[in-house]
Design a protein around this ligand. Sequence first.
Ligand SMILES: CC(=O)N[C@@H](Cc1ccc2ccccc2c1)C(=O)O
Ligand SMILES: [Mg+2]
Length: 366
Amino acid sequence: MKITGIELRRIAMPLVAPFRTSFGTESERDVLLVRVVTPDSEGWAECVAMSQPLYSSEYVDGAAEVLRRFLIPALPAHPDAHRVHRALEPFKGHRMAKAALETAVLDAQLRAGGQPLASFLGASADRVPCGVSVGIMDSVPQLLDAVGGYLDEGYVRIKLKIEPGWDLAPVRAVRERFGDDLLLQVDANAAYTLADAPHLAKLDDFGLLLIEQPLANDDMVQHARLATLLKTPICLDESIESAEHAAAAITLGACSIINVKPGRIGGYLEARRIHDLARAHGVALWCGGMLETGIGRAANLALAALPGFTLPGDTSASRRYYATDITTPFELRDGHLDVPTGPGIGVDPVPGILDEVTTSTEWITL
Ligand SMILES: CC(=O)N[C@@H](Cc1ccc2ccccc2c1)C(=O)O
Ligand SMILES: [Mg+2]
């Protein structure tokens, strides 16, 4: 497959409501899309990096720059996703940028071959159960209204963002209002330290599915220690940036569940490696979200349909984040989203909508 050229396109996507986490509040996403053009097909991918390096060290301008200066020039003459993965390995970090480039090449190659991403990855389902991530709110009543609304839409699992000062009270209120059968978990986005262990242990009273990334992304040993102090299973997100990290976390006992985000770990090939590793060790997986548009959402659904993804993920409907998605919107039906069946990621941006949200586009000839 000979690549003719690559487009780096930036779009501005207003969120339906501000989304607050322990590391900040987001009201609009500045998204980098990568389009790979070949004589036979085009491939699309979404870079999940945020505008600022608050979730991880990557940020969208930096991702565009490292793609333009280093990653795209390093592409082999006739790349496929595996060859791209190997060609980019010498470059350290920048996994979200690498993931976007590899995925766009993978999409182009699968579309040319007529194979859906789900089939390529080894999916075993044609629809996936969906959870929803609920931000930190101004008050508990406001939170309860938001949770009630998502449950009315059919979400099968609720995830609450927490931080010091907003943890026990909101969790207790949701449990009291919606009962003990509600699948409920929390995500601290690394807001606590091991000194908070006695406080975090109080969450054990609420029968949570898991507590996600309570400590810093590089606190692998500290998470292993915390795991001995909590009944609630620990799930890692920011800490797991590769299959090696996953192996280290499993070996150390730092987590018993992993939130897999292909953007964070460097692409769908690496995500499948983590899937196979986790299954071998009895570690449960679920597919996380980075507020993707339909382009990233479509690819994540293919991954979430693999057999080792045994917990509902954050693959929410398009309307959770966007009034108008750049693809045909993903809509929740009986708490599930359908896995796209078309070749590659199975969706395309709607041209008119894409042009409306485009803030810049750059063409790189190979
Ligand atoms: C659905 C969910 O909670 N995602 C991330 C956090 C997150 C929060 C805000 C974001 C804003 C812009 C881009 C990515 C973002 C990711 C998480 O699981 O930790
Ligand atoms: Mg998380």
